[in-house]
Design a protein around this ligand. Structure first.
Ligand code: XMP
Length: 607
């Protein structure tokens, strides 16, 4: 069946995916397009939405996109950068200035179809340096903002040309802070583009089953089943499409799993009735040797991804099924964070996008039934397929597993002088909040202004309530150069000396991390918090503290919806005391800290 669809042009930034999700919630298919995609990629769409961008329209940045979209006779709506590009294209003017940040009051023309059903004044969310200051001949203003009583209006916050069917919003209707943003998007999709609701989960299942059958033809599929939500849902969907006899499942114990997890995965597939062609291999030695000596996060990810494929090929040969297709539970954000698009910086290479897999994809040998979906949609799909709540709401676990939670280092600090230089500034910020603070001589990955960062964390010590702790943390990681995270020391006292150690991936270190992680996860379950917390990495960093122990353990419980952004959770004091006593008692542990950092600027994982 041909669906009505909206093409969402991703000019970079994180919100393009949110736009697509919001359109899909309206049961209309939304497909992300790259700005330089050929015009054919837009032709079947019922409408186009241009996303915002970190680029400046006033400086002509990012202007090399497929302008032929403006020749298509379908409606186009732009947000922020997209709004400014539309204004420019049709003879308007954009300047660098009149910036607005955060909430604004939008005064609207209620007669406009885009604003049907809305109030005279609407709360919207702004984030822009550039502004539209003049409109071309066929355009008119349909909304303006006023910043505070007595101030002059900011014109052209919303514009329209009914003749060309082109529209623009300076604000972001896709974020929840624009209170009726969903209604505005719905007005565009239904009233302006005339879309019908047709993209339902049921329709998706039927079509995906057809697509899998076509793609697999008469071949079987060999799927790596990690036990995570995505590959489990992919397994059930593939078995629906092909029958369990044409689906071979392989669970690889890569030595980077949680404590006792591989046994639980075997048990889970038995419960799902998918155990007749389920194979299990302990390949921990292969992974450990591939990781030996590696320190750099990206190098570790590549080693893990490549070893997965080697093990998979070896097992396929051993089982005589090497001609089968490779199945993967890749979901949409996996491809985006890998820098799957020209604009997106490579923040992390996901293991299912390493070069050897890319090659198989080009040869048409990879089947990825979830590659268009977000995590929430995968869970919804899983529910429709009858998978239990308990399985579907397991915390997400990264493909490279504990491999990216066991930090490695060569023991050197290249920027010791820079660290020393920022120490007084850090201490001063901490002191303002009644805490002490020191930058640590270790590094972790983060994301700032959509770009990857690899910077130092700060350790805060002292007893304060959560509000004060988060305020102190934010004041440091938002302002101090070279810092992308803040931790709260859970061990007694305020440590003074830190010595980074050389360490790579070893079984002994992994076992220690597994113990810490099991204590954390058991604690969450005991306190009834497992479902409330979206994900909770536990991390080990090779750092000696006050001459004691070798590993700093970090707890990172977070709340999130789509993993694109996250905030640190607040765990009860009683649980933190229990964890402190249990984790600090483990041999080799030098300290325990709690990650207070939101994403951005920290990522959820430390690598
Ligand atoms: P970050 O750390 O980028 O993580 O905030 C976002 C989400 O992605 C998961 N993650 C991965 N998943 N392979 C995966 O399959 C990976 O290499 C990988 N790295 C991060 C992470 O656990 C979080 O849910």
């Amino acid at each position: 069946m041909q669906h009505d669809s909206i093409a969402v042009v991703d000019f970079g930034g994180q919100y393009a995916h949110l736009i697509a999700t919001k359109v899909r919630r309206l049961e209309v298919l939304a497909e992300i397009r790259q700005p330089e995609d050929p015009i054919e990629a837009f032709e079947g769409a019922s409408g186009i939405i241009l996303s915002g961008s970190p680029s400046l329209a006033s400086h002509g940045e990012d202007s090399g996109y497929t302008k032929a979209i403006y020749d298509l006779d379908i409606p186009i709506l732009g947000f922020c950068f997209g709004h400014q590009e539309i204004a420019k294209h049709y003879g308007g003017k954009v300047i660098n200035g009149r910036q607005e940040w955060g909430h604004a009051e939008l005064h609207i023309d209620q007669g406009e179809p885009l604003f049907t059903g809305l109030g005279k004044v609407e709360q919207v969310w702004m984030s822009h340096f550039d502004s539209v200051t003049e409109l071309g001949p066929d355009f008119h203003e349909i909304g303006y903002t006023v910043l505070g009583a007595g101030n002059k209006p900011h014109h052209f916050a919303a514009i329209a040309s009914h003749k060309h069917r082109r529209y623009g919003f300076q604000f972001h209707p896709e974020v929840d802070d624009t209170l009726h943003g969903d209604e505005m998007i719905a007005n565009f999709v239904f009233r302006i583009c005339g879309c019908e609701r047709s993209w339902t989960m049921e329709a998706f299942i039927d079509e995906e089953i057809e697509r899998i059958r076509r793609q697999a033809a008469n071949q079987s599929v060999f799927l790596l089943a990690s036990g995570g939500v995505d590959s489990t849902v992919a397994a059930v969907l593939l078995s629906r499409a092909l029958g369990s006899e044409r689906l071979q499942l392989l669970h690889v114990d890569n030595g980077l799993m949680r404590k006792d997890e591989s046994q639980q995965v075997v048990e889970m597939f038995r419960e799902l009735g998918l155990d007749s062609r389920f194979h299990f291999v302990d390949a921990s030695e292969d992974f450990l040797s591939a990781l030996s000596g590696l320190v750099e996060p990206e190098a570790k990810r590549h080693a893990i991804g490549t070893t997965f494929v080697e093990v998979f090929e070896r097992e396929a040969r051993a089982l005589g099924i090497e001609r089968d297709m490779l199945g993967q539970g890749t979901i949409y954000p996996d491809t985006i964070e890998t820098g799957g698009t020209k604009r997106a910086d490579t923040i992390k290479t996901h293991h299912n996008r390493v070069p050897i897999i890319e090659k198989l994809i080009q040869q048409g040998k990879v089947i990825e039934p979830l590659s268009e979906l977000y995590k929430v949609e995968v869970r919804e799909l899983g529910e429709r397929l009858g998978i239990s709540h308990k399985l579907l709401w397991r915390h997400p676990f990264p493909g490279p597993g504990l491999g990216v939670r066991l930090l490695c280092a060569d023991g050197r600090v290249e920027d010791a002088a820079a660290l020393e230089a920022i120490a007084p500034e850090v201490a001063q910020h901490a002191e303002t909040h009644g805490l002490s603070g020191v930058p640590l001589p270790i590094k972790s990955v983060g994301v700032k202004a959509d770009l990857r960062s690899y910077e130092h964390p700060v350790l805060l010590s002292g007893q304060r309530d959560w509000d004060e702790l988060f305020e102190a943390a934010g004041s440091i990681y938002k302002t101090v150069a070279g810092i992308n995270r803040c931790l709260w020391n859970l061990a007694p006292g305020a440590p003074t000396s830190f010595r980074p150690l050389a360490a790579t991936t070893t079984r002994a270190r992994l076992d220690l991390l597994r113990e810490c992680d099991a204590l954390m996860m058991d604690g969450l379950r005991r306190h009834g918090l497992y479902d409330e917390i979206w994900q909770c990495p536990t991390v080990l960093v090779p750092l000696e503290i006050d001459g004691h122990g070798k590993e700093l353990c970090i707890l990172r419980p977070i709340h999130s919806e789509r993993a694109m952004t996250a905030t640190a959770a607040r765990l009860p004091a009683e649980l933190l005391h229990q964890l402190r006593d249990a984790i600090l008692a483990l041999p080799g542990i030098s300290g325990l800290a709690y990650d207070l950092t939101s994403k951005p600027p920290g990522t959820i994982e430390w690598e």
